[in-house]
Design a protein around this ligand. Structure first.
Ligand code: SAH
Length: 359
C-alpha cells in the first residue's frame, strides 16, 4: 500500500492509488488537487506549531499594510459606498482582521467574503469574522459593487500541470504507481499543441509548468473587476518571467520532502507564474502593476515606520517586532522570493507601492 494509507481511512494516498489502478497514470493536476484538498480539510497547517508560517501569521504589520494599500485606492476612487472585501484562501482569518481594522480607521467597511474549501479553516475564520460570507469557489461572488480581492499564498496551492521535453516531443507528466510509491512518468502521447511550440531549443528533460486552474480563476476575477471595478492583489512566491524547471514542492513540519511522498499529509505548492497571470488580466483590459518584491513593496508602503511605532508602544516586544520585520522584508527571507502584483480596473487610481520600477 502507498505510504500514508491505512486500512480504515480513505487517505489521499488511498484515493489516488485507487484512481491510478482504475484509470492508469493520472494528471499531475489531479494528483495535486486530491492531495491538497485532503491536506487542508484535515488540519490547520499554519504557524510555528504547524507545517509552514505565512506573512500575516508573522506580524500584524503585513495585514495592516495590505489594508492601508486597499483603503488608499478606495479613498482616491471617491469612497464607493457599496464595496466588497474578498479574500481567497484566508487561512486563520488573520490577514483579514488586520487589513479590515486598518480600513475601518478610514471609514471603509466593506462586506466580507471568503473563498475557502477547508472546513477546519472556515471554523477558525468564523471565530474572528462571524459576519463573513463563505464561498466554495469564485462563481458566486457579489456582482453589485467594486471588489477588493486579496490572495496571499493562495495561487501556489492550486494544481499545476508539467510538460517534459523528450527526444520526440513534449509529453505531459503523469503520476503513476511504482509498487508502494508514486512517481512522475511521461505520457505516451505527445502534446505539442498544448505547449504551442516544439521542443527544439529545449534540452531533453526540460520541464515546463502551467496552471490552467490559476489562469481560469484569474480570467474570471479579471472579468468581474473589469465590470464592477476594484483590484486583485496577489502576493505569493513565484517568477516574473517565463521559466523552465520544476517548482513543485512539499513541506511538512517546516521541512521539505518529496511531493510524491504521502500525498495529503504535506502542503503541495508550485511557484506562481506571474507573467502568465498578468497577460490574462491584460487581455481583459485591466492595468497590471508589478510584480514587485514583497520587501520593497512593504517598505515603500511604510513598514519601517510601522515597526518603529509598534516598538515604541511596546518596548518589551521590540526584539520580536524587529525579527518579524526582518522575516517579512529581508532579501534572504521573504523579501525577494515573494512578489506582489496588483490587477486594477483601468478607471481605478494608480496604486501605491510599485513606483520604484516593475520587473
Ligand atoms: N492566506 C492565508 C492562508 C494560506 S494557505 C495566509 O496567508 O495565512 C492556503 C489557503 O488557501 C488555505 O486557507 C486553504 O484552505 C485555501 N485553499 C487552498 N486551495 C483552495 C481552493 N482550491 N479553493 C479555496 N481555498 C483553497
Amino acid at each position: 500500500m502507498p505510504n500514508g494509507t491505512t486500512a480504515d481511512s480513505p487517505s489521499a494516498a488511498h484515493i489516488i492509488a485507487d484512481k491510478i489502478d482504475r484509470e492508469g497514470p493520472i494528471a499531475l493536476g489531479d494528483y495535486m488537487a486530491i492531495a491538497n484538498n485532503h491536506y487542508y480539510a484535515s488540519k490547520d497547517p499554519l504557524g510555528e506549531e504547524g507545517d509552514f508560517v505565512t506573512a500575516p501569521e508573522i506580524s500584524q504589520m503585513f495585514g495592516e499594510i495590505v489594508g492601508i494599500w486597499l483603503v488608499d485606492l478606495w479613498l482616491r476612487k471617491g469612497s464607493p459606498s457599496r464595496c466588497h472585501y474578498i479574500e481567497l484562501g484566508p487561512g486563520r482569518g488573520t490577514l483579514a482582521s488586520d487589513a479590515l481594522r486598518s480600513m475601518a480607521k478610514f471609514g471603509c467597511h466593506p462586506t466580507v467574503h471568503f473563498v475557502e474549501t477547508s472546513p477546519v479553516l472556515k471554523a477558525k475564520q468564523a471565530e474572528l469574522h462571524p459576519d463573513a460570507i463563505w464561498h466554495d469557489n469564485i462563481a458566486d461572488l457579489p456582482d453589485d459593487g467594486p471588489l477588493l480581492i486579496v490572495a496571499n499564498e493562495f495561487f501556489d496551492a492550486l494544481p499545476i500541470e508539467q510538460f517534459v521535453s523528450t527526444a520526440n516531443g513534449w509529453r505531459r507528466h503523469l503520476v503513476a504507481r511504482d509498487r508502494s510509491k508514486f512517481i512522475a512518468v511521461p505520457s505516451e502521447e505527445t502534446v505539442e499543441e498544448r505547449i504551442g511550440s516544439t521542443t527544439s531549443g529545449f534540452p531533453e528533460g526540460t520541464i515546463l509548468e502551467r496552471s490552467p486552474v490559476s489562469v481560469e480563476m484569474t480570467g474570471s476575477l479579471s472579468n468581474c473587476i473589469a465590470k464592477q471595478g476594484g483590484t486583485l492583489l496577489i502576493i505569493d512566491y513565484g517568477y516574473a518571467r517565463p521559466g523552465t524547471g520544476s517548482t513543485l514542492q512539499a513541506v511538512k513540519d517546516h521541512m521539505p520532502l518529496s511531493p510524491f511522498d504521502s500525498p495529503g499529509t504535506s502542503d503541495l505548492t508550485a511557484h506562481v507564474d506571474f507573467h502568465t497571470l498578468a497577460n490574462i488580466a491584460r487581455t481583459r483590459m485591466l492595468a497590471v502593476h508589478g510584480p514587485a518584491e514583497q520587501g520593497q513593496w512593504l517598505k515603500s508602503l511604510g513598514i519601517d515606520q510601522r515597526a518603529e511605532t509598534l516598538m515604541a508602544a511596546a518596548p518589551k516586544e521590540a526584539d520580536a517586532i524587529r525579527s518579524a520585520h526582518q522575516r517579512l522584508t529581508h532579501a534572504e527571507e521573504m523579501g525577494c522570493l515573494f512578489r506582489v502584483m496588483a490587477v486594477n480596473a483601468i478607471d481605478w487610481p494608480e496604486p501605491e507601492g510599485f513606483s520604484y520600477g516593475e520587473e
